[in-house]
Ligand binder design. Structure first.
Ligand SMILES: NC(=O)c1ccc[n+]([C@@H]2O[C@H](COP(=O)([O-])OP(=O)(O)OC[C@H]3O[C@@H](n4cnc5c(N)ncnc54)[C@H](OP(=O)(O)O)[C@@H]3O)[C@@H](O)[C@H]2O)c1
Length: 326
């Protein structure tokens, strides 16, 4: 790789994580000495979000469909073989996966992307793939990477199938099992509702709202997730050492939705009186949801030396960032 310009491709760069990652990559590129990295991303909708293109003029956009692989050859023809491929593309809403399992499997198992990256016939590319905490069954606390995967819904099943496909086919990869990713809105706002912003919105209206008291997650602040990806990418670009790694990526706190809402209320100074504690079984969400998929992140902290921020600090950072853009 020495002497060659480096290329980073963010697949699904128009989504929530993808946009945050592209913004961070663009900042890195603007920093001294980093000018030899080119960045591109893919989107699935017909046109890339214009606000994103305007904000990041040095970043190239391509349309690609992971179900068929259409569009990937145009990336190699025009941008070149990427040294780092970060796969953020997915049908990421569990209910949508449950409604259309075939589309979920075809999109979330990145067979076309992996086959395309292998078609170059060399060891130049690192694949960083986003998986989920929903690969775990959710019947105990603080899952470790070596624990059994036993997903309870189609989304989790598609992610387990993706992990299996990648580990069997690839020789240089990092699979990141992410918890809920939260943080500020993206450059081009995403359609889906963001958890902290939604909680802040309903609590600020002073209406009574139900929050589950018995489903536990380890939400991770988006900047920490971006730092993990950047750290893995930089290592590969600088030392060229292949990896085969599977990492849980979460924040340090195991919290229920009720505790998440209480944190938002505390940061904003709202009363807790409108926060109603209910079991998850009180609502039919149209998709099974694992009760406790909190994760042990020792491997992450030991391998990369990254200590994700606490949930409370992340909520504060999220709401501060939102306030500064008003
Ligand atoms: N956000 C979370 O809380 C969370 C938690 C755990 C794991 N994850 C995982 O992290 C990754 C990123 O999540 P996210 O929240 O950023 O997802 P997201 O906002 O839903 O973005 C999904 C991306 O995938 C693209 N896409 C959808 N269908 C596609 C297809 N058929 N071919 C190619 N691209 C397609 C979308 O393109 P368009 O925008 O053009 O439609 C978009 O860029 C996903 O793998 C997700 O499962 C996310």
């Amino acid at each position: 790789m020495a002497g060659e310009r480096k290329r980073v491709l963010v697949v699904g760069g128009s989504g929530y994580l993808g946009q945050h990652l592209l913004a961070a990559l663009a900042l890195e590129l603007a920093s001294a000495g980093a000018g030899d990295v080119d960045v591109a991303f893919t989107h699935h909708r017909d046109a890339a979000p214009p606000q994103l293109l305007d904000a990041l003029p040095g970043v190239r956009a391509f349309r690609a469909d992971l179900r068929s692989g259409d569009g990937l050859d145009a990336v190699s023809a025009s941008f070149g073989q990427p040294h780092v491929i970060v796969n953020c593309a997915a049908i990421s809403v569990p209910r949508a996966c449950e409604t259309d399992p075939a589309a979920a499997m075809a999109t979330n198992v990145p067979s076309s992307l992996v086959n395309w990256s292998l078609s170059f016939g060399n060891d130049k590319s690192l694949l960083i793939h986003l998986s989920t905490d929903q690969v775990y069954e959710g019947v105990k606390s603080f899952y470790k990477e070596e624990d059994e995967t036993l997903p309870v819904n189609v989304y989790g099943k598609s992610k387990v199938a993706a992990e299996k496909f990648i580990t069997e086919k690839c020789s240089n990869y990092a699979i990141l099992r992410s918890s809920i990713i939260y943080g500020p809105q993206t450059i081009s706002p995403v359609d889906k509702s963001l958890p902290i912003q939604w909680m802040n919105d309903v609590l600020s209206q002073g209406k009574e709202v139900n929050f589950f008291n018995d489903e536990y997650r380890c939400p991770v602040y988006v900047k920490d997730m971006v730092d993990v990806i950047l750290s893995l990418a930089k290592s590969w670009l600088s030392d060229g050492k292949k990896i085969q790694v599977l990492l849980n990526i979460g924040g340090p706190d195991r919290v229920s939705r009720l505790q998440m809402a209480e944190s938002v209320a505390d940061v904003r100074g709202y009363s807790h009186s409108t926060i109603k504690s209910v079991p998850a079984s009180s609502v039919n969400r149209g998709v099974a949801s694992p009760p406790d998929i909190s994760m042990d992140i020792t491997k992450l902290t030991q391998m990369l030396g990254i200590q994700p921020i606490t949930f409370h600090d992340g909520v504060r950072a999220t709401l501060d960032a939102e306030a500064s853009t008003l």
